[in-house]
Design a binder for this molecule. Structure first.
Ligand SMILES: [Zn+2]
Length: 466
């Protein structure tokens, strides 16, 4: 590992603008470095789907020295064929390829990043994020490839996967066709997590999100409020009843946005509420989702006039009379007989009969599926033992967030995330210690060498050898 080169790579990477959808310049930088190291590099054609100015990047560094079973197998590209092979052999390393992944986009504000170093820590100038999320991962992977390429020591083939638009919903990873670069059963380490190098993120939640659209009826708020149905009021009823926050140690829910209304003098005809729920347990997630769905769909009362009856204000009789007149009640005797309050109620009843209750439409999206890799799974053992071998604090952690890892696991890869030293991410206080940057690179280099053989692999392999 060349620490000076690694730091230089990182500083060059963060200085390249790469907002989501605008990753082309970073992709070009990586392509050049990877090719110079002897990799074959390809950008996929997902740009037409994702709207990015580049595709996802795939690169392969050929193995060096004694080939593993995976290398000698000739790179089979049929996933189903490989799944059957995996079930035939108990050795998870048989036919498995070693992949490392990071994402190329950054969250805003990320344009014109100016990194500087103080006391061994890299910061931005303070008006932007640093972009260490996830350029620390990219820099470490580029250093891995450079180190393996210039060293005589045998290593397995290395597949590099760099995605676009991770930050806006794992869009790049979801648009990937992994074949022929990766297949079910392959090991994939995603360098995109908080926590010190040595920390393996072996669990992440399932996430589902919703969009509830409430449609009421516009009316003049001062002259004829009885003729309107406030979609905001209906939405508010739902929001107040929704489960929110940390529901248990593995489950959360949140209302993320609420938008609606037109002006203060118009009864709001529409209101949109969006939110999400997450859980590490799928059954628990589905139960919470069902609860949320029910609340969202029962916020609209059957009888709007009854359920949305306005609080009785201490309005004067004259004011109530004006209100009733404005409602254009059919009761012609409005001005002549009966208490004004009854007239106002009469206007509401008629309005409810005419337009019916408010309407709601609730749409759900499965954002990503969760994952859990047991402590005894080979991808976890390999990463922990490699950390241990380097004297890094080896640890397992659950994540509360999603990453490309979730998408890769859903496609059958043995994927986990690696703590990459990133700190205060998604803020302008983001920072990265140079020691963590170096340890991350050292860690994945060690993983790569251990993957090719040795004691760690034997322990992770279990009972049967290739
Ligand atoms: Zn990230």
């Amino acid at each position: 590992m060349n620490a000076k080169r690694l730091l230089n790579t990182f500083l060059e990477l963060v200085a390249i603008d790469s907002p989501s959808k605008g990753e082309a310049a970073v992709a070009a930088y990586c392509q050049q470095v990877l090719k110079a190291c002897g990799c074959t590099v390809q950008l996929d054609t997902s740009a037409t789907l994702t709207g990015s100015d580049t595709g996802n990047l795939f690169a392969v560094l050929p193995a060096k020295g004694s080939p593993t079973r995976a290398d000698s197998a000739g790179g089979t590209t049929n996933p189903s064929e490989n799944i059957s092979q995996i079930s035939t052999f108990s050795d998870p390393f048989c036919n498995a390829t070693l992949c490392f992944s990071a994402h190329m986009d950054c969250v805003p504000p990320c344009m014109g990043v100016e990194p500087y170093i103080r006391d061994g820590v890299i910061y931005s100038r303070g008006t932007t994020v640093l972009g260490g999320d996830d350029k620390v991962g990219i820099a470490a992977i580029l250093e891995l490839v450079a180190s393996l390429a210039e060293n005589d020591r045998p290593h397995p083939s290395i597949t590099v996967i760099l995605s676009v638009q991770e930050e806006v919903g794992l869009i790049g990873a979801k648009s990937m066709r992994l074949a022929p670069y990766a297949k079910a059963g392959d090991f994939c380490y995603v360098l995109d997590a908080a926590g010190q190098p040595g920390t393996v993120i072996n669990a992440a939640p399932y996430q589902h999100s919703y969009r509830a659209t409430y449609t009421g009826l516009a009316a003049h708020a001062g002259i004829a409020p009885e003729c309107g149905i406030s979609a905001i009021q209906v939405a508010a009823r739902a929001v107040a009843a929704l489960p929110q926050g940390r529901l248990d140690h593995i489950t959360t829910a949140n209302v993320g946005t609420i938008t609606g209304g037109v002006a203060n003098n118009i009864v709001a005809p529409q209101c949109v509420v969006t939110g999400e729920c997450r859980s590490h347990d799928l059954d628990r997630l589905l139960a919470v989702r069902a609860q949320i769905d029910t609340i969202l769909k029962t916020a609209c009362p059957e009888d709007t006039s009854a359920n949305l009856a306005p609080v009785s204000f201490a309005a004067s009789t004259q004011e109530q009379r004006i209100q009733a007149e404005g409602a254009q009640t059919s009761q012609a005797q409005a001005e002549d007989a009966g208490p004004a309050k009854e007239l106002a109620e009469g206007a509401q009843t008629q309005q409810a009969e005419d337009v019916g209750p408010a309407q709601e439409q609730v749409e759900w999206e499965v954002n990503y599926v969760g994952f859990y890799a047991s402590p005894s799974s080979p991808e976890v053992i390999l990463a922990l033992e490699a950390a241990h071998a380097l004297g890094l604090p080896a640890a397992l952690e659950r994540s509360g967030g999603g990453a490309d890892t979730n998408v890769f696991v859903a496609q059958g890869l043995r994927a986990v995330s690696l703590g990459s030293g990133m700190d205060q991410v998604h803020t302008t206080d983001e920072r990265l210690s140079i020691v963590d940057l170096e340890n991350l690179a050292r860690w994945i280099i060690e993983i790569s060498y251990q993957f090719n053989g040795g004691e760690v692999k034997a322990r992770a392999r279990g009972v049967q050898k290739c």
